[in-house]
Design a binder for this molecule. Structure first.
Ligand code: UDP
Ligand code: MG
Length: 324
């Protein structure tokens, strides 16, 4: 039987790109249907992430024009990761496969066909991987590379140069629904589900219109989320580092005692200041990292909902679903 595909497309203030890319998504969907690779009742699911512009109105218009377009609206802006999750959970019980992709046309939409082919060959997860980073600035390329390497060293299983363009099967979605954490870093969490996976390579383009919503501050926040959600190694590293510094301090103390006994106690103002500053700095860094983890624990313990849907472009029959 042909699988039912749901494309999941997070949108935040995308009124400039949506009219263009929605056509491209529909074209690809129709192509896949025509080639008998997916079923006719496949859908393009837009997730409006609390946009402040006309994005939601556009999505509603699209859904009236073509039944393949549907949309859900988050009650406020929750961020890209939460928007993708909301879409995945919405599709969980109705789709056989989902493909998450950004709304701005940067990811090559035509790569979906290869992804669906890999699914037909038995893969449950297909990662979209950028074959080049030519469109990025040197700074972005360098920081991204360092980040992927660091994460893998820390025990993560991130696919190099993969962002959030990926196909996952209903089976993976069902298991993934049991991952209840609030701090989301999907590209690090999905590999943990397991099952057979592979990659499809594509060229990443420039944004079609509008501007990126990922300034340096948001990128850093995502990087921190990635590291701390995947690994407790930084905490262990701190413990080891603390031990090392304590050993050094111990040698220093012995040296001070010996110097006193030998009567060589010269006023060592500069060395004292150096040691105090050094220790102070290290302690602050350690506290910062610990704080980051404690903050994460605090968020997890509160277990607030990770997304809240305020509207849909269709009538969802909650009663029928309850009876199921
Ligand atoms: N996005 C979102 N919520 C946000 C920020 C971004 O849903 O708070 C969506 C955005 O509409 C786009 C995708 O996430 O479809 C990626 O964002 P963007 O293109 O700004 O990031 P970049 O590609 O520059 O990393
Ligand atoms: Mg983008």
């Amino acid at each position: 039987m042909k699988p039912r595909l749901y494309m999941i497309i997070p949108c935040y203030n995308e009124e400039k790109v949506l009219p263009i890319t929605s056509e491209m998504f529909l074209e690809e969907l129709n192509l896949l249907i025509a080639k008998d690779k997916i079923s006719e009742n496949s859908r393009i699911l837009f997730v409006n992430d609390g946009s402040k512009d006309k994005t939601w109105d556009l999505i509603k218009e699209l859904s009236e024009k073509d039944e393949h377009f549907i949309g859900i609206c988050q009650s406020r802006n929750r961020g890209h990761q939460n928007a993708v999750l909301a879409g995945m959970m919405e599709a969980k019980d109705v789709a056989d496969i989902t493909i998450s992709i950004d709304c701005d046309g940067q990811d090559d939409i035509a790569a979906m066909e290869a992804m669906v082919d890999r699914y037909h060959e038995g893969c449950e997860i297909v990662y979209g991987v950028r074959s080049n980073r030519d469109t990025d600035t040197f700074f972005k390329r360098f920081t991204a590379q360092t980040f992927y390497k660091l994460l893998n060293k820390l025990g993560g299983e991130i696919v190099y140069n993969h962002a959030d363009y990926r196909l996952v099967s209903a089976r993976v979605l069902k298991e993934f629904a049991n991952f209840k954490e609030v701090n989301l870093f999907l590209r690090g969490m999905i590999p943990l589900v397991g099952f057979k996976s592979t990659s499809v390579y594509y060229e990443r383009h420039e944004r079609i219109a509008g501007e990126s919503h990922y300034p340096l501050s948001k990128m850093l926040a995502l990087a921190f989320d990635g590291i701390t959600s995947l690994s407790v190694k930084p905490i262990r590293l701190i413990a080891g580092f603390g031990l090392g510094v304590s050993a050094l301090s111990f040698i220093g103390i012995i040296w001070a005692v010996v110097a006193t006994i030998l009567g060589r106690t010269v006023a060592g103002w500069s060395s004292t200041v150096c040691i105090v500053c050094f220790m102070g700095g290290i302690q602050l860094i350690c506290l910062g990292v610990l704080g980051e983890y404690i903050g994460k624990i605090y968020m997890e313990v509160k277990a607030r909902p990770r997304y809240i849907i305020s509207e849909r472009t269709w009538e969802k029959d909650e009663k029928a679903e309850k009876k199921k």
